[in-house]
Unconditional design. Structure first.
Length: 251
């Protein structure tokens, strides 16, 4: 975990793209990302399953095993999670997990964090609270929860949906462990979050949703006679068995 933990730097936060398959991971590794996370929505959607329902355990573990061969630190979104799941992804090659409280009892989530750290002490546990995720957030409750999780041994805390600079600063000040914020394109910049003391910035499902938008845009461009983006990666660069590497300038 030490190498991954060291990437959570004050003033130079870890920008963590979240992937859903081997191809998305390979391309991001090739443009220099030292760490990747998985997106639970991405894993669920690509397998025709619901997110947040504990339905993708097997699919997530299969993906981790495939991604473990890549030269990158990997942290895994295991939704609410369990000790068994955390241990399994650690054994499969992950260096961290993200576990959400889904607004269940904070004491139960803290106990889970404590148990995971006992059984997999080398695993970086990012404890997420959903006070602000698809909710009108309560900052006091968010601070209370993340403090409880940090006290239970969490290596980092995550408050997705937090947007206001003053709220982010308050969360950062509340704990000694790294604070993770979900990047909101219309509200955040990496530089501004760094100034607030954020040490980890996740993209969540953003990349998957951008990819789906690109799929629709390209297909409708073909159908409607519009120009297709010309700088697409060539077949050989996507084909794992071709022996070609992804060009450094592929976006």
């Amino acid at each position: 975990m030490s190498g991954f933990a060291a990437l959570h730097r004050t003033g130079e936060p870890l920008v963590l793209p979240n992937v859903w398959d081997v191809a998305s991971a390979r391309f991001l590794v090739e443009v220099g990302f030292a760490a990747l996370g998985t997106t639970s929505l991405g894993v669920a959607a690509t397998n025709g399953l619901p997110d947040g329902a504990g339905a993708t355990g097997a699919e997530t573990l299969t993906l981790v095993r495939r991604l473990a061969a890549l030269p990158v630190h990997l942290t895994v979104d295991i939704e609410t999670g369990s000790v068994a799941t955390a241990v399994a992804v650690a054994e499969a090659g992950a260096v961290g997990v993200n576990m959400e409280d889904a607004m269940g009892p904070a004491a139960e989530h803290a106990a889970l964090v404590r148990s995971v750290k006992r059984e997999a002490p080398g695993l970086f546990v990012n404890a997420r609270t959903d006070t602000h995720w698809q909710r009108n957030g309560d900052l006091t409750e968010a601070v209370s929860r993340i403090r409880r999780y940090a006290d239970a041994g969490a290596d980092g805390v995550f408050v997705p949906g937090l947007a206001e600079p003053a709220d982010i600063a308050a969360v950062v000040a509340a704990v000694d462990v790294p604070v993770n914020i979900l990047f909101l394109p219309d509200r955040h910049t990496v530089a501004a979050l760094a100034e607030l003391g954020v040490r980890r910035i996740s993209t969540g499902s953003l990349l998957l949703r951008a990819a789906l938008a690109a799929v629709v845009d390209t297909a409708t461009a073909v159908r409607d006679g519009r120009t297709v983006r010309p700088d697409l990666p060539a077949y050989a660069r996507v084909n794992v068995g071709s022996g070609e590497r992804v060009a450094p300038d592929v976006r």
